[in-house]
Design a protein around this ligand. Structure first.
Ligand code: GLU
Length: 491
C-alpha cells in the first residue's frame, strides 16, 4: 500500500506557522516514500470556520511551495475533503456505533455536567465515564419524549492501560482512568474532531498520521474507535510542538504566528520553509540553509528530535538574510517587485498619499511605514495622547480583540469596529484614533489610519497592535482576566 499522509487544519483565523510546519513534514514524508499528501479542511466548528480563512490556508501553503495531491480545491477520489460536507457519513457511522453498543445518547444538561464534574473532583477522579452519565430510566424517557437535545458519546473502559505506538517515541502507556466518555456527535449533529478524524483517515486510506504532540492524549480514544469499527489504525507520529523562545507553547502574544505576517513583512518563502524544516529536524551534515528538495533528498523521520523546537523570529530573519544574499540583483529586484514595489500596490497607495505630496520625494517618507515590519516605537511616542498610557494600552488590546474577530478586512469594517468600540469604552474617537495612529503608522501625521490598516492587511496591522501593547508594558495574567471580562461585558 502506498504511503498517504494528510493535514487537517481548521479554517478559523489566520493560517498558522504550526500548520505549515506539520504540512512540511507530512508532505516530505509522503513524497519521499512515493506517496500522496492530502489536505482536508476541518470546518466542523460552524461558528468559527470561515471561507476567507480556508482560502488563506490554501494560498499561504502554496506561497510556501507546499502543494497537495488531493484536497477541497484540487479534488480527488476520496472527497469531499471539507468535513462540513461529510455530515451524512459521520452520522451513518455514528449510528452504527450506537447500534453496536459502542456509543450512547447522552441527555445530560450543561448544569448537570458541571455538578457531575464537581463530584468527580471530590472523589479524586479526572475522567467522565459512561456510568457517571446514566439518568434514571423515567427521566431518560421523559427527555426523549420531549425531544431534548442530546449528544452521542463513546463507551470507554473504566480502568486498565492503553498502549499507543508512536513512530518517534515507541510505546506510550496511557491509563484509561484518564480518558473521558468522549462526545462523538454534538447536539447540532456535527462530529467532534475525534470521530471525524478517525472516519476520514480510514475512508481516505491514510497510512501515517503525523500531527502535533498535543494529540497524544487523544490517541487512546482513536485507537478504541478503530477497534469498534474493526478498521486498521494508521501509524501515529506526534511531532514536537513549536515553542516561543521562553519555551512556552508558541503563541501570537509572544511571536507573530500567522504565515501572512511573514509574507507581508517580506520574508522569502524558501527561508520560512527552510526554518520550519529546522524545527526539530536537521540535515545529516547539520547545515542551516537548505531547500525543500535538498530536505527531501536527505529526509528521514527518525532524525526528528523531541526536545521542543524554538521558533525564534530573529533566527528566522538571519536565515532569510542568507537567502536574500544568494539572489542576484536581477532576482532580488523581481522579488521586491512581486512583494510590494509594483504598479498594483502603488495604485492602491497613491490616492492616500497624493494630496500630501508637493514633490515626488515626499512620497517615500510618507508611506515608508507600509513597507516596514515592526516600527521602532518607544513609550514616548504615545505620551502626546491625552489618554494615559494605561488607557491606551487597554484600548489597543480591546481593538485587537475586535479586529481578530473580523472576517473581512477593509476600511469600512475596520472603521465600524473602531467607532463601536470607542463609543462602548466612552473614549473620544479622536483620542482613540490617535493611539491607533501611533501603533500602526508610527505617527499621527499621516493619512487615515483605517486606510493604512487596509493597506497593511490584517496580519501586520494586528502584529503592530500587539507590539504596541507589549511596548506599553504588556498585559499580565490578572489584568488580562479582568480586561477579558470587561470586554465581554461591553458587548
Ligand atoms: N485540526 C487539527 C489540528 O490542526 C488536526 C489534527 C490532526 O492532524 O489530526 O491540530
Amino acid at each position: 500500500m502506498s504511503v498517504r499522509t494528510r493535514i487537517a487544519p481548521s479554517p478559523t483565523g489566520d493560517p498558522h506557522v504550526g500548520t505549515a510546519y506539520i504540512a512540511l513534514f507530512n508532505q516530505c514524508f509522503a513524497r519521499v516514500n512515493g506517496g500522496q499528501f492530502i489536505l482536508r479542511i476541518e470546518d466542523t466548528d460552524r461558528e468559527r470556520s470561515t471561507a476567507e480563512s480556508e482560502q488563506a490556508i490554501f494560498e499561504s501553503l502554496r506561497w510556501l511551495g507546499l502543494d497537495w495531491d488531493e484536497g477541497p480545491d484540487t479534488g480527488g477520489p476520496y472527497g469531499p475533503y471539507r468535513q462540513s460536507e461529510r455530515g451524512d457519513i459521520y452520522r451513518k457511522y455514528c449510528t452504527e456505533l450506537v447500534a453496536k453498543g459502542h456509543a450512547f445518547h447522552c441527555y445530560r444538561t450543561a448544569e448537570e455536567l458541571d455538578q457531575i464534574r464537581e463530584q468527580l473532583r471530590q472523589e479524586g477522579r479526572t475522567a467522565l465515564k459512561p456510568s457517571d452519565l446514566t439518568l434514571p430510566e423515567g427521566e431518560m424517557a421523559k427527555r426523549i419524549a420531549n425531544r431534548a437535545p442530546y449528544v452521542v458519546r463513546m463507551n470507554v473502559p473504566a480502568s486498565g492501560v492503553c498502549l499507543i505506538e508512536d513512530m518517534l517515541r515507541g510505546k506510550i502507556e496511557i491509563d484509561w482512568a484518564q480518558v473521558d466518555a468522549q462526545i462523538l456527535l454534538k447536539s447540532d449533529g456535527m462530529p467532534t474532531y475525534h470521530l471525524a478524524n478517525v472516519i476520514d483517515d480510514h475512508l481516505m486510506q491514510i497510512t501515517h498520521v503525523l500531527r502535533g504532540e498535543e494529540w497524544i492524549n487523544s490517541a487512546p480514544k482513536h485507537r478504541l474507535l478503530y477497534e469498534y469499527f474493526g478498521w486498521q489504525m494508521p501509524q501515529l507520529c506526534h511531532l514536537p510542538l513549536l515553542r516561543n523562545p521562553d519555551k512556552s507553547k508558541l503563541s501570537k502574544r509572544k511571536n507573530p504566528t500567522s504565515i501572512l505576517y511573514y509574507q507581508r513583512t517580506g520574508f522569502m518563502p524558501e527561508a520560512v520553509l527552510n526554518y520550519l524544516g529546522r524545527m526539530g529536524w536537521s540535515m545529516p551534515d547539520e547545515r542551516e540553509k537548505f531547500s525543500l528538495s535538498e530536505m527531501r533528498s536527505a529526509f528521514d523521520l527518525q532524525r526528528i528530535s523531541l526536545g521542543g523546537p524554538v521558533f525564534d523570529v530573529e533566527k528566522l530573519s538571519w536565515l532569510n538574510g542568507l537567502w536574500i544574499r544568494e539572489l542576484s540583483n536581477e532576482q532580488l529586484a523581481e522579488r521586491l517587485k512581486a512583494w510590494l514595489f509594483n504598479r498594483e500596490y502603488l495604485l492602491k497607495v497613491l490616492p492616500h498619499a497624493r494630496d500630501r505630496m508637493e514633490t515626488f520625494s515626499d512620497f517615500a517618507p510618507l508611506v515608508g511605514f507600509l513597507a516596514a515590519g515592526q516600527l521602532p516605537l518607544t513609550e514616548a511616542d504615545f505620551t502626546v495622547n491625552r489618554l494615559t498610557l494605561e488607557e491606551q494600552k487597554k484600548l489597543l488590546q480591546f481593538a485587537l480583540w475586535r479586529f481578530e474577530a473580523l472576517s473581512s478586512w477593509n476600511k469600512d469594517c475596520i472603521f465600524t469596529e473602531v467607532k463601536t468600540l470607542a463609543m462602548a469604552m466612552d473614549i473620544k474617537l479622536k483620542d482613540f484614533n490617535a493611539s491607533l495612529f501611533v501603533a500602526i503608522s508610527g505617527t499621527t501625521a499621516s493619512f487615515s489610519v483605517m486606510d493604512a490598516m487596509e493597506l497593511l492587511g490584517p496580519a501586520l496591522s494586528q502584529a503592530r497592535l500587539r507590539h504596541a501593547v507589549v511596548l506599553l508594558g504588556g498585559v499580565g495574567k490578572k489584568v488580562l482576566k479582568r480586561w477579558q471580562k470587561a470586554y465581554s461585558e461591553l458587548f
